[in-house]
Design a binder for this molecule. Sequence first.
Ligand code: COA
Length: 260
Amino acid sequence: MNYNNIINDFSNGITTITINRPSKLNALNRETIYELHSALKLSETDSNTKVIIITGDGEKAFVAGADISEFAHFDLEQGASLSKEGQDLLFNLVENLTTPVIAAINGFALGGGLELALSAHFRVASENARMGLPETSLGLIPGYGGTQRLTQIVGKGRALELIMTGSMIDAKRALDYGLVNYVVPLNQLLITCTELAEKIMSNSPVAISAAIKAVNAHHFDGVNGFQVEISEFGKCFETEDFKEGTTAFLEKRKAKFTGK
Ligand code: COA
């Protein structure tokens, strides 16, 4: 499929989606959100894709936010539907993909950019990365899930400080906060993400999907995460991967998972 704002690469089980609007610091306009939605849906149904890496083109920005020029004239209804449509099409989709998603933060991750990274299953940043939710400086609040996911990941005090000050933090501070799992030199960013993806790919894809569902259940109102864990745990026992994993362990050999 041809895209105008993203580049979709596949290699050795990993689909890397690169947001590619460098002249606008990879800001998320509507078309980019639709393209990301389409590429992610395709990757999810492609049985060859075991891990998805999302990154930004160039050395300056992961994503510098939602495209401000597209919503500067919006009213209440348009604002609310911008937020809902974005959450439905992209941010909730990423969080709930059953294929693991790693955000490779290669520069500015601001507003919708940080919210996209927060939707991923975990994050790795380059040393030059800068992160923040500057929406209050525009008279807004984060609308793509940032008030919820940043709070879940770094805690209420740190989330509210970042949101109320609109300040950026550097990669080292993000690591201290647990916002990113690793900080590496920019030229090592995709290499590190690939190494992590390879470790993930050595494990059972069905078990990994079940783990994502169970961990995410923690965040949903009215859902008992322990109950989801029990149910997903039970379902694992019916999979070929479970038989293969336990048999390989007992036979002292490396498991060969099929994802079934
Ligand atoms: N929406 C639309 N365009 C954006 C953008 C965004 N979120 N972020 C950057 N751009 C555009 C700029 O308008 C500029 O375009 P132009 O060359 O046509 O004027 C281009 O990207 C380069 O940005 P510029 O501001 O010149 O780069 P800089 O190095 O001086 O500053 C930032 C970098 C990230 C600090 C600055 O671009 C910025 O503050 N961006 C907005 C961040 C934000 O508020 N995001 C939340 C949105 S809800």
